[in-house]
Design a protein around this ligand. Structure first.
Ligand code: SF4
Length: 103
């Protein structure tokens, strides 16, 4: 278990933010990876991590990995368009009930 005194001064603020949740998920992952490699201040220590089965591995560079585009069928596209029309109609109806004018 890492204690604050184990964390090099350079990384303490990032570590504190990560453990208090005052950071982005990617910053928390970065802190977790640095913790994992013993807070080595070498750029290659995390980037050359060999643990490809680690759930954080894809995120260790501080960016989200590219996502594969999911194929969308014509039926799904038509259903989305229909839901959009319904939502638009419902929003207009709600605005009319509130007495809001326009649009
Ligand atoms: S990706 Fe590598 S460095 Fe990061 S937590 Fe996993 S094992 Fe540790």
């Amino acid at each position: 278990m890492t204690t604050l005194s184990d964390v090099p001064r350079k990384w303490r603020q990032a570590h504190e933010k990560a453990i208090t949740g005052d950071c982005s998920p990617l910053e928390a992952i970065r802190a977790a990876c640095l913790d994992c490699v013993g807070w080595e201040d070498l750029p290659e220590s995390v980037s050359e991590c060999p643990a490809t089965t680690c759930p954080l591995w894809q995120f260790r560079h501080g960016t989200y990995p590219p996502r594969r585009k999911r194929p969308v069928t014509d039926e799904q596209r038509a259903r989305c368009a229909e839901l959009g029309r319904q939502r638009s109609f419902q929003n207009a109806k709600t605005r009319a009930q509130r007495g809001e004018v326009g649009v």
